[in-house]
Design a protein around this ligand. Sequence first.
Ligand code: PLP
Ligand code: COI
Length: 338
Amino acid sequence: MAVNIDWNNLGFDYLKTNVNIRYSFHNGQWSDMVVTDDEYIHMHMSTMCLHYGIEAFEGLKAFRGVDGKVRLFRVDENAKRLKASAEKLCMTPLPEDMFINAVIECVKRNIDFVPPYESGASLYIRPVIFSSKVTLGVHPGPDTDFIVFCSPVGPYFKGGMQAIKVMVDRFQDRAAPRGTGDIKAGGNYASSLLSGEKAVSMGYSNVMYLDAVERNYIEECGAANFFGIKGNTYVTPKSPSILPSITNKSLRAIAEDMGMTVEQRPVPVSELKEFDEAGACGTAAVISPIGMIFDVDTKEVVEYKAAPGPVSLALYNKLRDIQYGRAEDKFGWNTVVE
Ligand code: PLP
Ligand code: COI
């Protein structure tokens, strides 16, 4: 089926595809896979996910490669992370193989929506899990629903690999050390919207969140992890309230493979000016080079002359080469969907 999409001008928005994939856990067991073209969910008004945010999601991509093959990137890692998210929010965790099968089925059934190789766009897959228990009190329950849908997407930040400006703002914490920052809970995004909107209204792409205890250490860069390059070293923050990014994990492996030193440790905001290059990384963001960071409280400005700098560019190209099948998949990250 030919689909009528302007592949070269895709944003990061929902576009309807053929079908979505569903599983539900009711009466003590997971259902069989359901394939549906229904975009809606019929839900009781007292369902727990609506009231208490008992919900988590994932994001991963499929790429049409230089050889025409469709490759899913590190689906097993997303399966593990969603399981961890469900467990922390007292939902019934989805078995990893069910997650992987659902994602593969979703890509297969929507294969015409995987953008052509030349467009540089990709198919974004959004698995979501939520409590479907109906009650009133704050109690978890085993009833859980899982849906996987997808949408073809272009760059998350307008301009793609162009430099972004970010703002350090202590006005709102994204997540607390013993909270839910390390899982992909919808609540983390809800609780960072206000400061995110403030940053956008001031002309910044997003907020650089600091740790919620001292407000001194870098946590996340909007919906992406942060990394800095200092000489031959890749530095990325370590904290219990950061989402363990699969892109960041991949970049660390690529950096090591390139002979770089990798440091994962607390990164004070004062260190920003010592980096040669800085970037935000994630599935949606890929690598978004940071050109400028403005601290709204201290009024300090840090500018990076090279954005993207040569190291960020080399990391970006190596990652993209694996995802688009231009380089050997030496780490075994891709799943070919046929
Ligand atoms: N941090 C946050 C808060 C995110 O929402 C994301 C997006 O998934 C990331 C980091 C990047 O994670 P990943 O590379 O696994 O997509
Ligand atoms: C992703 O990179 O997959 C994300 O989840 C970011 C998103 C919240 C748009």
